[in-house]
Design a protein around this ligand. Sequence first.
Ligand code: 13P
Ligand code: SF4
Length: 358
Amino acid sequence: MATRMTSTATTTSAEEMYDALAARLGDVLPDFELRHKAEIAAEINRLKAERGAVILGHNYMEPALFHSVCDFKGDSLELSRLAATVAGDPIVFCGVRFMAETAKILNPGKTVLLPTARGGCSLAESITASDVRRLKKRFPGVPVVTYVNTYADVKAETDICCTSGNAVQVVESLDSDRVIFLPDEFLAKNVARETGKRVIFPTVNGNSSSASDGGELQYEMVGWRGRCEVHEQFTPEDIATVRRQFPDVMVLAHPECPPEVVDASDFAGSTSAMVRAVQESSAERYLLLTECSMADNIVAENPEKEMVRLCSVRCPHMNEITLENVRDALLHDRWPVDVPEPSRTRARASIERMLEIG
Ligand code: 13P
Ligand code: SF4
């Protein structure tokens, strides 16, 4: 799914917004909720126009927000690319903190607002800059690839960033037998398999290392034990159970899922790659192993597609972003994201190297 401007993103009358949302989400949301959300969305679009703001929305945003106020939508890579060039100030980032930080790193002169005071991520919180410095000391000269799901001070210690959409390309672009790949254990294992590498998980303080799927000194990727609290919950048994009930289901997994889950799936890719795969497939129904809102967002644009939902697994951090919080962000300049120097400049170099790769 290419990032794009939505037709509703400029609608400022509550009645028109209600009509547009009802056409998209009338089968997903009750009418009274649509009316309530349409009023807030129309107010947001008025405020946005008054302030010259632009709203970027990650694919995980809840359906009413996703389909009403976002000027551009996409996965982490698409939104990073957009953040580098987008017009509009302030940038309101509907996502989590590490994403808003990336926008700020690329736009130091603009105000970047994250409509929540928190907006965490279990992966970003799994590693610190001093962890990376210790790893670099232990593996001198080995290039460090860091998933964008990290904070700016960690990116600042990194040679190059990657997202789930380009991790394989980024690793393959490095002229090195060995790569430090942080912090997602499962993404590292999935990328290692695609690139024909092995992964080890060293203990930072001691000398020992536990080989996950390879013998000593045969490894080429040094990993970290960070996990996405959402994607680590899916299991091959979930897939088997759903396949028993719906033999014709197409299963799509995010590469933050465990490798055995990716193996048992029909497709693995970034959030936008999953959206595109569903749009291009003629399967009867789909199971998305990722944040549940995305299934609603796909159905809203492709009403003929049937989704099997595993909505007990949610990202609490992405779900902090509500229409009410976006309105308050524009009304009260909440919550400005700051990335101090020298981290910003060093992190920017790492993000820009990634963006150059394509
Ligand atoms: P994408 O880069 O695939 O959009 O994923 C971001 C994320 O946080 C997945 O949990
Ligand atoms: Fe982080 Fe996982 Fe939430 Fe994505 S889904 S923001 S990786 S906790």
